[in-house]
Design a protein around this ligand. Structure first.
Ligand SMILES: [Zn+2]
Length: 382
């Protein structure tokens, strides 16, 4: 096993793996590709391959360095993620630029993974540019983006560009089956995840994700009155809280691990501070992710009803609730109502990270669905 197993099936990842195995490591990469094409898993596999002491250039996937990097818990691998809609210029000026000038704490290379790099506005991108132009020899940047046109040409020109494609359904099914998923689970996960390997793995193997998905799929049937909508929104928030609690426990472990590893030596305060900041961001992010996940699944339900009604059975993303979908498809709900409902979910997903109060955004979306989409009589529990 190596760190690359998680992204087997991606041609682009294979190319990068080869390059790193030959110890060719440019100091800045830009990973481009649609959502779910494996940019994030590729970025952490790269970080591990660059730092693994057991199999340098490969990443053994077993040593403490690899494991901590894969779990995003390594003090020399910095994940920069948007705070709200933006990666503010202050984050680049205060956290990235000075940190990039320091030597790695314990690894051979210090790595910055900038997720949704297009959320740096031009000011932030320009602040980063100088560091990209005159890099420290032991620092690597990995920028990730779905929106290439939002990145300044000057930034792009400093990076080696890797383009990723979504993974084909059959390939995804094979990968999941190879990891031990049953044929049925692999099929459901591959369809529901729509080319997104990370999501597919979660749906196939992670009990919490599976349980949540079942709950979310049951929401459309329950939305008949405003109070149903508020109940459903409260459940989504409860699930988010459960997930946040679990993450908090893992973060406490990480703080302890770090304290054990660091002792009280000089320069450790900044590492600790950075960790606390990162933890806060991760918690906020996770809460948003769960809300977005719920809206995405609810939206996929309405979309599936339309697909089924119009004879596109192959396109259905939630084949495990086919009977429920069919009773909706045969009801007298109009296409327009279903299209609007699916679109409302997509809009709300986009709004969650931008909204100061995601709870209200969630409630507003579900209230509108309850008002506009009357579930057909006789639709049963999923
Ligand atoms: Zn390793």
């Amino acid at each position: 096993m190596t760190v690359w197993d998680a992204i087997a099936g991606s041609r682009a990842a294979l190319g990068v793996a080869k390059q790193l195995a030959f110890r060719e490591a440019p100091h800045a990469w830009l990973l481009l590709g649609p959502s779910g094409s494996g940019k994030r898993p590729l970025s952490v596999a790269m970080a591990a391959a660059l730092n693994c002491p057991e199999e340098p250039g490969v990443g053994c996937g077993r040593c403490s360095t690899c494991l901590r990097i894969l779990r995003r818990r390594h003090p020399d691998v910095h994940h920069i993620v948007p705070e709200g809609p933006l990666i503010p210029v202050d984050v680049i000026r205060e956290n990235v630029v000075p940190e990039a000038a320091r030597s790695p704490f314990e690894a051979t290379r210090k790595i910055f993974i900038i997720e949704e790099a297009d959320r740096m506005n031009p000011q932030a991108q320009n602040a980063l540019l100088k560091t990209l132009e005159e890099p420290q020899p032991d620092t690597t940047f990995i920028l990730i983006s779905e929106h290439e046109q939002e990145l300044l040409p000057t930034v792009q020109s400093r990076c080696v560009i890797i383009r990723l494609e979504p993974i084909a359904r059959l390939e995804l099914i094979e990968l999941l089956a190879g990891d031990g998923a049953s044929a049925e689970d692999a099929e459901v996960a591959a369809r529901a995840a729509d080319g997104d390997l990370e999501a597919a793995r979660r749906i196939a193997f992670d009990d919490d994700s599976r349980r949540r998905r079942k709950r979310w799929l049951d929401i459309p049937r329950r939305l008949t009155t405003p109070s149903d909508a508020l109940d459903a929104a409260a459940e989504v928030l409860d699930e988010a809280r459960i997930a946040v609690k679990e993450l908090e426990a893992a973060q406490r472990d990480e703080i302890k691990e770090l304290a054990d590893a660091l002792g009280e030596g000089r320069g450790t305060a900044s590492v600790r501070q950075a960790l606390v900041k990162r933890h806060k961001r991760e918690l906020r992010r996770l809460e948003q992710d769960i809300l977005v996940e719920a809206l995405q699944v609810v939206g996929s339900f309405y979309r599936d009803v339309l697909l089924l009604r119009h004879g596109n059975e192959q396109g259905v993303g939630n084949p495990d609730v086919a009977n429920e979908l069919r009773s909706w498809a045969e009801s007298n709900l109009s296409d327009r109502v279903l299209v609007n409902a699916a679109q409302r979910c997509v809009d709300a997903q986009g709004g969650i990270p931008l909204n100061a109060n995601p709870t209200l955004a969630m409630e507003a979306a579900l209230l509108e669905l309850a008002r506009t989409v009357q579930p057909p009589l006789g639709a049963g529990a999923v």
